[in-house]
Design a protein around this ligand. Structure first.
Ligand SMILES: Nc1nc2c(ncn2[C@@H]2O[C@H](COP(=O)(O)OP(=O)(O)OP(=O)(O)O)[C@@H](O)[C@H]2O)c(=O)[nH]1
Ligand SMILES: [Mg+2]
Length: 323
C-alpha cells in the first residue's frame, strides 16, 4: 500500500516529554563542579532537547509522501479524504517549527556563554521551544488523522481495471469475491463495504484489478459522504470498464427506479464504458440491463466477466510507437 509506511505523528506533549526526558538524562551524566562544567551541562541539555525535536519534526515531514509525485488517482483520493492543500500547509508548519527550534537553540547557546547563570538562559530557551511545539499541536493532530485515513487506501495500479458500482446491497462484493482473489465482507444489510477493496485475477498472463466500492446512493455530489466520494473517485480515474449492478428484485431495499436514476447520474460523469447487469436473477426475472446473473448461484457470472474483458480498452502497443 502506497501510504502504509507513514509513521504515527506524535502530539506536541509527547514530543516535549520525550525531548525533555532525554535532555535531563544528558545533564545527569555530567559532574557539575565548576562554572565551566555547569555551562557544559546546560548547553548539552538544551542541544539534546532541540536536536531531538528538530530531528523528529523533520522526520515527520519526510515520511509523508511527496504529493506532487503521486499518480492522479491517489492525488484526487488524498484530496477527497484529507485535503491536499491543508496537508501541505500543516506539513509546512511542522517543517518551520523544526527549523525555528534549531536556530533558537544556537542563539541561546551563544547567550548562555555570556550569561551569569546558564541555567536561567536554558530555562528561557525551553520556554520558547515549548511554546513553538505547542503552537503546532493542531498541525500534528491534523497530520496524524490524515495518516490514519491514508494508510487504509489499498494499492491500485494503472493496469486493466473493472470498477464495480451500484446501490448498496445489490451484490457488488459478491461479484468481486466470485471473480477475484479478494474476500470482501458480504452481508444482507446495506453499507457493508466501507472503503475500496481491490481484488485481482490473471487473464492471458495479464493481471487485472477488480475494485469493490461502497454502495452509492442517489444524492447530489455535494452531499455525498467520504466513503462514497472515494468510490466515485475510483470510478473516475482508474475504471477502464464499469460494471453497474442493479437489483431488480429490490431485496436490496431500494426501488429499481432509484437504482436506475443513479445510473443516469453517474453515467454522464465518466468516460469509461458501462456494462449494466441485473443481479439476483434467481429471484427476479425482470428483463432489464445488458445481461443478467446471480452472484448467489454463480449463474451468468462468467459471461459477465467475459463481456467486461471484451469491453476493456486495449492499451497501445509500445512496439508500434517505437519502431
Ligand atoms: N438472492 C440473491 N441474493 C444475493 C445475490 N447476490 C448477493 N445476494 C445477497 O445480497 C446481499 C448483499 O450482497 P453484497 O455482495 O454484500 O452486496 P453489496 O452490493 O456489496 O453491498 P454493500 O457493500 O452494502 O453496498 C447478501 O445478503 C447476499 O447474499 C443473488 O444473486 N441472489
Ligand atoms: Mg459490498
Amino acid at each position: 500500500m502506497i501510504f502504509e509506511n507513514i509513521p504515527t505523528v506524535p502530539s506536541a506533549e509527547e514530543l516535549l516529554d520525550k525531548s525533555y526526558r532525554r535532555a535531563t538524562r544528558a545533564k545527569r551524566g555530567k559532574r557539575i563542579l565548576d562554572r565551566k562544567s555547569k555551562l557544559q551541562a546546560e548547553e548539552s541539555m538544551l542541544l539534546t532537547a532541540a536536536n531531538i525535536l528538530s530531528d523528529n519534526l523533520a522526520h515527520i515531514v519526510r515520511k509523508f509522501p511527496s504529493l506532487d509525485q503521486l499518480p492522479p488517482f491517489y492525488l484526487e483520493l488524498a484530496d477527497v479524504m484529507v485535503g491536499v492543500e491543508e496537508m501541505k500547509m500543516n506539513l509546512a508548519s511542522v517543517q518551520w517549527a523544526g527549523e525555528k527550534i534549531a536556530s533558537l537553540a544556537r542563539k541561546y547557546v551563544g547567550m548562555m556563554r555570556e550569561a551569569d547563570d546558564a541555567k536561567i538562559v536554558r530555562k528561557q530557551a525551553f520556554g520558547r521551544i515549548s511554546s513553538i511545539v505547542g503552537s503546532i499541536d493542531g498541525n500534528l493532530h491534523f497530520l496524524n488523522e490524515a495518516r490514519n485515513k491514508l494508510r487504509k487506501l489499498p494499492a491500485i495500479d494503472e493496469g486493466p481495471t473493472i470498477v464495480v458500482a451500484g446501490y448498496p446491497n445489490v451484490g457488488k462484493s459478491s461479484f468481486v469475491a466470485l471473480v477475484s482473489s479478494a474476500h470482501p465482507e458480504i452481508a444482507s444489510y446495506p453499507f457493508t463495504t466501507k472503503g475500496l477493496a481491490v481484488g485481482h485475477f490473471t487473464r492471458n498472463g495479464v493481471r487485472h484489478q477488480v475494485i469493490d466500492t461502497p454502495g452509492l446512493l442517489d444524492r447530489p455530489l455535494e452531499e455525498r459522504n467520504e466513503i462514497e466520494l472515494q468510490a466515485i473517485t475510483a470510478l473516475n480515474h482508474v475504471g477502464k470498464v464499469i460494471l453497474y449492478i442493479i437489483d431488480p428484485s429490490e431485496t436490496c431495499g431500494y426501488s429499481l427506479d432509484t437504482q436506475l436514476h443513479l445510473l443516469d447520474e453517474i453515467k454522464n460523469r465518466f468516460t469509461a464504458p458501462f456494462l449494466i447487469v441485473a443481479n439476483k436473477n434467481d429471484i427476479s426475472e425482470a428483463d432489464i440491463g445488458d445481461m443478467s446473473m446471480s452472484t448467489l448461484s454463480g449463474g451468468g457470472v462468467d459471461e459477465v466477466l467475459e463481456r467486461l474483458l471484451e469491453m476493456m480498452p486495449i492499451p497501445p502497443v509500445r512496439d508500434e510507437i517505437t519502431e
